[in-house]
Design a protein around this ligand. Structure first.
Ligand code: BJW
Ligand code: ZN
Length: 249
């Protein structure tokens, strides 16, 4: 069965759940893409942990500063823009992202629920206080992979990125709001995510089990196992604008 775009036109509460794939067409590598250049010998899943920061803070900080630079240089793509436009077309839209970039906000989306934090809110590894200094625009890759993190003005602890690493709790309120939206929505678009990381990966399934329609948008086809589950195969920057045109003209 094919997904009928009229279903989108009729949605009362739309939940859009995004992952790294939504920013891929802005030139931001997805989390599970093979890393290139300087970082090709590193496994992201091993860098994104408190233990990695404890063992080699300069290596981990350098990686995140390189990624922050990539985001600063990037622009929202047609997928981010289509999601911002959707919010103007449906009675209610909740946007939940696993991404640590700010491209949804820069495309015009507001009240974005960031489940995995942000590259732009560094904080102290020791006392959790937000970093109140100015981060310089990183001059990478010239400085190489490693970069000493700045220090906390309160306790002199090392500053870390404000993201959620493996083994850390997700922001409680954002997760609660996301689960509530999953329980209440009638349509969920799951865009550009591998669905491997818990507890975020529960969100689309939870919506499906509550009776919502679930649509996966991804260049990799999704094996749909339930009625009400659909897979739209292709890059989000093409599929989402097309869906918007088909649903709203
Ligand atoms: C396109 C495209 C295009 C390409 N258009 N699409 C239950 C079972 C097993 C394990 C666990 C479990 N519960 C918890 C765990 C452990 C762990 C976990 O899930 N591990 C699994 C990997 C096995 N989870 C945690 O540790 C979480 N914490 C936790 O549970 O804490 C418990 C606790 C409670 C109370 C107190 C204390 C602790 C935390 C998870 C945090 C994840 N953080 C990361 C890193 C953030 C910082 C950073 O970015 O470096 O978040 S991991 C990484 O994966 C990142 C992403 O947000 C996340 C999801 O990845 P995403 O977005 O799906 O990206 P990819 O790369 O995987 O996929 C991209 C997709 O795009 C692909 O499908 C492409 O095909 C597609 N694509 N181009 C559309 N143009
Ligand atoms: Zn501190």
């Amino acid at each position: 069965m094919e997904f009928d775009p009229q279903r989108l036109a009729q949605a009362r509460h739309l939940l859009v759940f995004t992952g790294a794939g939504v920013s891929a067409e802005s030139g931001i590598p997805t989390f599970r893409d093979a890393l290139s250049g300087l970082w090709e010998h590193f496994d992201p899943a091993r860098l994104a942990t408190p233990q990695a920061f404890r063992e080699d803070p300069a290596l981990v900080w350098g990686w995140y500063e390189w990624r922050r630079l990539k985001v600063l240089e990037a622009q929202p793509n047609p997928a981010h823009l289509a999601i911002a436009e959707l919010a103007r077309r449906v009675p209610r839209l909740t946007l939940v992202t696993q991404n640590v970039d700010d491209l949804h906000e820069r495309a015009g989306s507001s009240e974005v629920l960031h489940l995995h934090g942000s590259l732009h809110t560094p904080k102290c590894f020791a006392c959790n206080r937000p970093f109140n200094g100015q981060l310089p625009v990183p001059e990478l890759p010239e400085q190489g992979a490693s970069l000493e993190p700045p220090r906390c003005s309160g306790c002199n602890g090392k500053i870390r990125p404000g993201v959620v690493w493996f083994g850390e709790a997700l922001p409680q309120q954002a997760l609660k709001d996301a689960f509530k939206a999953a329980d209440e929505c009638d349509l969920l678009l799951s865009v550009g995510t591998s669905g491997l990381v818990q507890p975020a990966a529960q969100i689309p399934l939870r919506a499906l089990h509550q009776g919502a329609t679930l649509v996966h948008i991804n260049p990799q086809p999704h094996t749909c196992s339930a009625p009400g589950e659909y897979s739209l195969v292709g890059p989000a920057g093409q599929i989402l604008p097309q869906l918007l045109r088909q649903a709203f003209g």
